[in-house]
Ligand binder design. Structure first.
Ligand code: ADP
Length: 614
């Protein structure tokens, strides 16, 4: 329940819906009991043989007192009054009252429902927003590949589950107890003895039901995490369709999917089996309870008939009618409790995301970085991903306006160095300084606003060319965007598209060639006009033809900026002011192209030779 208490906080402020909900439910409960209580006068009226007695009893109106008894007497007085005029009038009167009570019950029930729906949609909206906001703030290290499907599942399946639970089960738990209390008051008024008897036998049936529902939680949790894995497989398959087909790996993927799908089916089967048991238990035990009442109450009437006092047949029938109504909310509550157990697993999965600690945050008192003035320094930087050391004692400096290139085998930690600069991760030890001050003393936003990233994985959004270039600044002027596109050699091909800058580029830019996509991302970097530029193998996935146009665009972009560049092709970094050769997480060699090439035995020299041969 702690999980729900926390999740329900998202529906705050409660006042807006709680008060109307409770008021409406209370009124609905009252009329609901009233409509069944009307059975008693109806039956009495139909089967009343003591007309002379009644005549005397109801000859005068009862004297006023604020009690149920007065209203009951007043009602009987009215019925008899009408009956004296014309018996059919009395029948009309009772029938009209029943219709009115049913109508009012339903109107107020509907109004209560409306305020609940209001709260429920608000709750789900806010939970979704909270998760989305959280994942937008979490440090990048959180988003491993496995996490992606899992997160999607948490945002979808788990939130839906909570929606269902909050929408139905919680509503039932809040509403039905009122109805039950109202019904029990009705029952109590009719016959206290019979009511005590029913109260004694009900708990027996409740125990069995509680035992079934308890086990539901584990299956629910298994199901949701399995859906996460399925989503990961689907996502990977959609992204890697080319590779899968070309490696004839379709069967392999199908098997993998089928295995996980089987697991999901089994988990849901187990869950359903147990969930479906709950209503069966409650149904059967409900009928047993009714049967017991029939026997006990029936024998009360039989014996009372002889005595001529106590429970009347009409009252007993009304009692059974009301009691049958008690069973419905009781049953609904049992099912709701089962669903709430299932929902709790989802709730916990949602809270896990919301509770994840953000590892990279602004430090208290962090200041905004003004204009970038002199240099970026890496000082004895070490870095590990959890406990896997990647960088060891890295020190270098990039002076303003200069270019430093990182070269080294794949996996050596080049991208990691690039990721440390905008604080996607924080260093494990050592420090990174901008203008002599540790970057952790600046706000992340101000550091990032000075930087642009151009990477090998080109990230474009399913939106217009304009919005992709002016990312995050929808109020940018067309002139600025066009200027950026021209510098990035992208203007011409953009103008060749049907709607120019308003063309929608499709999902992840699927309608553009690799080179065009890269030039768009360069235009985006130009548009931001950053002082610092990070190029992470920006041309390495392109063919020679597009590489040239992209390289030209990059050269334009680098004009007058401070650049950290990671390159596979050494030809692209010949001009760099310093080249760092990384090996085993350390800087093995450093110097400019000419220094390194002239050294006797340098790795760089070997690499250039290799690339020239290739
Ligand atoms: P490079 O850019 O030189 O190819 P990276 O900086 O991408 O190398 O990676 C350096 C090492 O760190 C690699 O061994 C890689 O497997 C590991 N690595 C990269 N990202 C993560 C991560 N998010 N979690 C754990 N290990 C990672």
């Amino acid at each position: 329940m702690k999980t729900y208490r926390r999740l329900l906080k998202f529906a705050k402020p409660y006042g807006k819906f709680v008060i109307p909900f409770f008021v409406c439910t209370l009124i609905a409960s009252f009329f609901s009991v009233f409509q069944f209580a009307l059975i008693i006068p109806l039956l009495n009226f139909l089967f009343d043989h003591h007309t002379v007695e009644s005549l005397q009893k109801y000859a005068t109106a009862p004297s006023f007192s604020f009690s149920a008894g007065y209203f009951k007497e007043l009602f009987y007085y009215q019925v008899h009054h009408l009956k004296m005029m014309n018996p059919v009038y009395a029948l009309y009167f009772i029938a009209a009252l029943i219709v009115m009570a049913v109508l009012l019950t339903n109107i107020f029930r509907y109004l209560a429902q409306r305020s609940m729906v209001n709260a429920r949609t608000m709750l789900v909206k806010k939970i979704r927003e909270a998760i989305f906001e959280k994942i937008n703030r979490l440090h990048l290290g959180y988003f491993t590949k496995e996490k992606k499907g899992d997160l999607l599942s948490r945002m979808n399946a788990d939130v839906f589950e909570i929606e269902a639970v909050a929408g139905n089960s919680l509503e039932i738990l809040f509403k039905e107890p009122y109805l039950m209390i109202a019904y029990f008051i009705g029952l109590f008024v009719i016959s206290a003895k019979l009511t005590f008897f029913t109260l004694l036998i009900i708990p027996v049936s409740a125990i069995g039901i509680a035992m079934v529902t308890k086990k539901l939680r584990k299956e629910a949790s298994d199901m949701q995490s399995s859906i996460g894995k399925l989503l990961t497989i689907i996502d990977e398959t959609l992204m890697g369709m080319r590779i899968i087909r070309s490696f004839n790996a379709t069967d392999f993927i199908l098997k993998r999917f089928s295995r996980e799908n089987d697991y999901y089916r089994n988990a849901s089967l187990q869950g359903f089996k147990k969930r479906e048991l709950a209503p069966i238990f409650s149904e059967v035990s409900g009928v047993i309870v009714v049967a017991c009442i029939l026997i006990y109450g029936g024998s009360m009437i039989l014996s009372n008939k002889a005595a001529g006092t106590g429970l009347q047949a009409s009252e007993f029938i009304a009692f059974i009618a009301i009691f049958s109504q008690v069973i419905r909310p009781a049953k609904a509550m049992v099912v709701a409790l089962a669903n709430i157990q299932r929902g709790e697993a989802s709730g916990q999965r949602i809270l896990e995301v919301l509770d994840t600690k953000i590892e990279v945050e602004d430090h208290p008192g962090a200041k905004a970085l003004g204009a970038f003035n002199s240099s970026i320094q890496f000082k004895n930087v070490c870095f590990s991903y959890s406990d896997k050391p990647v960088l060891k004692d890295i020190s270098f400096e990039i002076e303003k306006g200069k270019t430093v290139a990182l070269v080294g085998p794949s996996g050596v930690g080049k991208s990691t160095i690039a990721d440390l600069l905008p604080r996607f991760y924080d260093v494990t030890s050592g420090s990174i300084c901008i203008d002599g001050k540790d970057i952790r003393s600046y706000t992340m936003e101000s550091i990032r606003s000075q930087m642009s990233f151009v990477t090998q994985d080109i990230i474009l959004f399913n939106d217009s060319v304009f919005n992709n270039i002016a990312l995050g600044k929808p109020d940018a002027s067309m002139d600025e965007v066009i200027r950026a596109a021209r510098i990035a050699n992208a203007h011409d091909f953009i103008m060749d598209t049907e709607e120019g800058y308003q063309t929608n580029i499709g999902d992840r830019g699927i309608r553009l060639s690799g080179g065009q996509r890269q030039r768009l991302s360069i235009a985006r970097a130009v548009f931001k006009n950053p002082a610092i530029l990070i190029l992470d193998e920006a041309t390495s996935s392109l063919d020679t033809e597009s590489e040239k146009s992209v390289q030209d665009a990059l050269n334009n972009l680098m004009q007058g900026r401070t650049t950290l560049v990671i390159a596979h092709r050494l030809s692209t970094i010949k001009e760099a002011d310093e080249i760092l050769i990384l090996q085993d997480g350390k800087i093995a060699e450093r110097g400019n192209h000419f220094d390194l090439i002239e050294a006797e035995e340098s790795i760089y020299k070997r690499l250039t030779l290799m690339q020239k041969i290739a």
